[in-house]
Design a protein around this ligand. Sequence first.
Ligand SMILES: *Cc1c(COP(=O)(O)O)cnc(C)c1O
Length: 359
Amino acid sequence: MSALIDNLINDNLVPLKPYESARRLFSGGQDWLNANESPYANEYSVDSSNFNRYPSCQPEAVVSGYADYAGLDKSQLIVTRGADEGIELLIRTFCTPGKDNILICPPTYGMYAISAETCDVGIKKVPLNDDFSLNVNAVCAEDDVNVIFICAPNNPTGTPVAREDIKTVLSHFADKALVVVDEAYFEFDAENTWANEINNYPNLVVLRTLSKAFALAGLRCGFTLAQAPIIQALLKVIAPYPIPEPVAQIAAKALSAESLTLLELQVATLNREKETLAEALQALDGIELVGDRKANFVLFRYEKAPALMQYLVSQGMLIRDQSKQLNLHNCLRVSIGTEEQNQRLMQLINEFKNNEDAA
Ligand SMILES: *Cc1c(COP(=O)(O)O)cnc(C)c1O
């Protein structure tokens, strides 16, 4: 950086690096099984007749469509530029920079910590137990936190979070902190949601997205669900025009009855493919499945993970290295693709192992 930039930049940003998203790490490749996207690209069209106008801040068709989908009142949600913007809004709205803290439970989704760091908000870490369950006592022992992020099912372990555990945390922090349950993958384990408990807990927040099961990662559209006072506070901070008009049109269509039927079919197919892939991986010597499979990915441990990763990348098969995450040494995460992609992945892993075993 130049002397001018070194001099001007916000002090707390100095140690940070741009986020290494799956898409930034590798731009080429042919099979993208590294960002938990859907392999399906469903078709949409847009109507440009209002593109000369600023869009609505909270497009009515999207708000009411998602409220129906989640079984909530329209006053109980806010539409954002992906769930990632919801995470940042929660931190900016409920944490004072240089003073307050969030709490996270690693290994987990990276954006909670990154958003906190860019906002100069502190991060308390309470690692998950060895079986990736929540360390409830340790979480409840933290008294100086404003927002607690619980990812359920958790990315990258695919594990569910026991309802009793979340209930204990919600009650313990009833007058002290918001408890955010990140349900980015809820459609893959749909019985297990906290959206229907919003009316019972004034400190409960649920995050949702159109990026995973809805197959619209490119759209950038997510939802934060909570009781109206929380939503009202978030509306103070969100930009005036966060949802572009084409995004609003497509999101509304994605929430139609017809699209939801298609979503269910695609989720069922992906869940079946996930089990097939998991069985094939598990059958291989030296490969051990890690965590659980409540989302649209499989996590596994393999002693030669770095070399395998390198081989797959050289073949245009992109998966995600999770080995730097706490307790995930030598772990790789594979998003579920089409049947063909999953088969190609297994073929490449088998090739790699046969060469290794022969060497
Ligand atoms: C993918 C993901 C998100 C981000 O969703 P966007 O709507 O694409 O911003 C949030 N939380 C978790 C746990 C995720 O895996």
